[in-house]
Design a protein around this ligand. Structure first.
Ligand code: 4NP
Length: 156
């Protein structure tokens, strides 16, 4: 199963989702074979590691994001991934615009898989404070568990 997380800059939210899902899946569902990546809809930070505030907040919870590098989402991602999961409605709208006709990937908001989150968007923390980066981690953990429950149950 191949999963691509997408946000705007690919330095805060989607690398967090990538690292959190990878870690929880490896720990709790080692039988699941997942290929997980992340990408951005904007090119501002291509080639850069995640934002230092994102790396620090993740490290405090035991997730290592330091090796990740930002890239742009590409049209061929919609053929390579089973799920393309957006962090907010703006990301989703951009992905709908980019998606080639007839592409196989399931395109959705990440938090659609986690009704217990009570919200559908992971808010952009870039101009926020420490608590906003903590909120990204909270939502990515809830989202990852919701998505894993879905994948394990085999429900499409
Ligand atoms: P992300 O956050 O989309 O979660 O990676 C942002 C990163 C950079 C910018 C905006 C949001 N920026 O404007 O540079």
């Amino acid at each position: 199963m191949r999963i691509l997380f997408v946000c705007l800059g690919n330095i805060c939210r989607s690398p967090t989702a990538e690292g959190v899902l990878r870690a929880i899946a490896a720990r709790e569902f080692p039988e699941l074979k997942l290929d997980i990546e992340s990408a951005g809809t904007a090119d501002y930070h291509v080639g850069e590691p995640p934002d230092r505030r994102t790396v620090a907040a993740a490290r405090r919870r035991g997730y290592d994001l330091a090796g990740l590098r930002a890239r742009l989402v590409r049209r061929d991602d919609f053929g390579r991934f089973n799920y393309v999961l957006a962090m907010d409605h703006a990301n989703l709208a951009e992905l709908e615009r980019l998606r080639p006709e007839g592409a196989a990937a399931r395109l959705a908001l990440f938090l659609e898989f986690a009704p217990e989150a009570k919200v559908l968007e992971v808010p952009d923390p870039y101009y926020g404070g420490v608590e906003d980066f903590e909120r990204v981690l909270d939502l990515c953990e809830v989202g990852a568990r919701g998505l894993l429950a879905r994948l394990v149950s085999g429900t499409p």
